[in-house]
Design a protein around this ligand. Structure first.
Ligand code: ZN
Length: 174
C-alpha cells in the first residue's frame, strides 16, 4: 500500500467523469488499498479514485469512529437505484476542498448496487451518514463537488477561501 497525493480544487481532473471498472483485478485491488491508506492518513471517511488522480468509478468509505475496529467499505461501479424523498442535512467537507464545510441537504436514504473488493455483486440500503457519504462520493465520479449543491454566493466564497489557503501553504513551503 502507498499513500497518494490528494488533488485539491481547482484541479481539472476533479471535474471529469470517471470510467466504469471492467474487472476487479489485482491492479484495481492495489488501487483500492492505496485509496484506503490515503483516506485513513488524511484523515477522512470517504474517498473517490479521482481524488488521487485515477478516473475510475471506485469509492472507499469507513465510518468507524476513533478507537473502533476499522470497517472499510469498497464500492466499485456504484449505481444508485433509489433515493428517498425525505431529505437530511449534514455539514459536509471534502478532502479536495480542505478546511471548508457547509450544510448540504440530500436524500436521507438510498439503495446502491455495486461490486465489492472481490468483484462480487452487492446491494446496500444506506441511511443517514452512510447515505450522505455514498451520494457525496458518487457525485465525485461524475465530476460533481459538494459545493455545487450550494448557492453561487456560498460556492464562490469557499473557492476563494481555498485558493487563498493554498497560496498561504505555498508561502510556508517556500
Ligand atoms: Zn469529497
Amino acid at each position: 500500500m502507498a499513500k497518494k497525493q490528494i488533488l485539491i480544487i481547482p484541479d481539472p481532473l476533479l471535474r471529469k467523469v470517471s470510467e466504469p471498472v471492467s474487472s476487479v483485478n489485482t491492479e484495481i485491488k492495489n488501487l483500492m488499498d492505496d485509496m484506503l491508506e490515503t483516506m485513513y492518513a488524511a484523515p477522512g471517511i470517504g474517498l473517490a479514485a479521482v481524488q488521487i488522480g485515477v478516473l475510475k468509478r471506485i469509492i472507499v468509505i469507513d465510518l468507524s469512529k476513533d478507537g473502533e475496529k476499522k470497517n472499510p467499505l469498497f464500492i466499485v461501479n456504484p449505481e444508485i437505484t433509489f433515493k428517498s424523498n425525505e431529505l437530511i442535512s449534514y455539514e459536509e467537507g471534502c478532502l479536495s476542498i480542505p478546511n471548508q464545510f457547509a450544510e448540504v441537504k440530500r436524500p436521507s436514504s438510498c439503495k446502491v448496487n455495486f461490486l465489492d473488493y472481490n468483484g462480487k455483486k452487492k446491494k446496500i440500503n444506506a441511511n443517514g451518514l452512510l447515505a450522505t457519504c455514498i451520494q457525496h462520493e458518487v457525485d465525485h465520479l461524475d465530476g460533481i463537488l459538494f459545493i455545487d449543491h450550494l448557492s453561487k454566493l456560498k460556492k464562490d466564497l469557499i473557492i476563494k477561501k481555498t485558493k487563498k489557503q493554498k497560496k498561504e501553504i505555498d508561502r510556508v513551503i517556500v
